[in-house]
Design a protein around this ligand. Sequence first.
Ligand code: GDD
Ligand code: MG
Length: 325
Amino acid sequence: RVVHVILTGGVGSRLWPLSRRQSPKQYLDLFAGKSLFEMTIERNRFITDNVIIVGNRDNTHLSHKAMVKCGLSYTNIVEATPRNTAAAIAFAALSVNPDDVLIVTPSDHMIVGEEDYGTAMRQGIEKAKKGFIVTFGIKPTRPETGYGYIEYDDDQVTSFREKPNLDTAEDFLERGNFLWNSGMFCFQASVFLEELRNFEPLVFQKAEQAWLASNKGVLDESLSLEIPSISVDYAVMERSKKIRVVPTEFSWSDLGSYEALYDYLISEGYPKDDNGNIVIGTEIFTGFVGLKNTIFVYTKDAFLLVQKEKSQDVKKIYNMLEKHQ
Ligand code: GDD
Ligand code: MG
């Protein structure tokens, strides 16, 4: 059996005010009436119709609505509190048969090229059946520090480096034999759990305890709080010798920040003025004087003006508002 596991934990704070805690970016109908969540479900249903959603109490109803719209049934896992991706994936792996192959994907990436996607996934499934943990590599275009880097030679992974600093990222780009980690993985449930137990025994043990105490897929809060919070990249990918990579051909964007969203929109021919300023969320004429590469975001109860290069800092506003509410 092949199962698609969709992780939907984040709130997308760097895309405030488009993205809110009550309506995170992956559920927004930003793209021709479809959300990134729905598009993720759609592109994977050609590969399998077994779906596990790992989300939280705040977004269960949004996931459910999207699944009804897609006409697919699914298994729901509801985290009591976010414990990061190592634990989220462990819950999914604990809920299936040991030899089931899991395709784990985020719910908030833009991917164009359904056929190339299918090809990559089928290659991944074959490798996963042989006992490997498969990553999907993207050709890097800039020294991005928010991603993982896969050093590779054919399908062999010589090293995996999560979120390097800028100097290191620049060095990786120059050396040429590195791919970005797309954040999607494919492996047999038992292989993943074994590696998690090898490298992060406490995460494994506490996640298993919390899972065993769960009720209809809903995790217990106090047991969940005992699970160390670590991402799967640090916990397993950087350390395991079983990692392989499938280099991919599809176009991929982690629409995590306004900079990424801007680049995506511009590549799709979105209108900008002579100085690279753009407007999101309104048709009202908006003038920019003396500003460059500025993104103006209009929503019914909040505006944002952000310089493209400073996009990472939007989460500071989000965090400030969270604190004061
Ligand atoms: N259910 C659940 N629970 N989902 C979670 C949790 C959690 O506690 N934490 C994160 N997620 C979801 C996020 O919503 C997102 O869809 C996905 O897991 C990855 O988490 P991010 O927080 O977005 O990770 P990242 O962007 O810093 O880094 C990862 O993705 C990059 C590509 O976008 C890494 O895998 C990098 O190596 C990779 O390059
Ligand atoms: Mg991300």
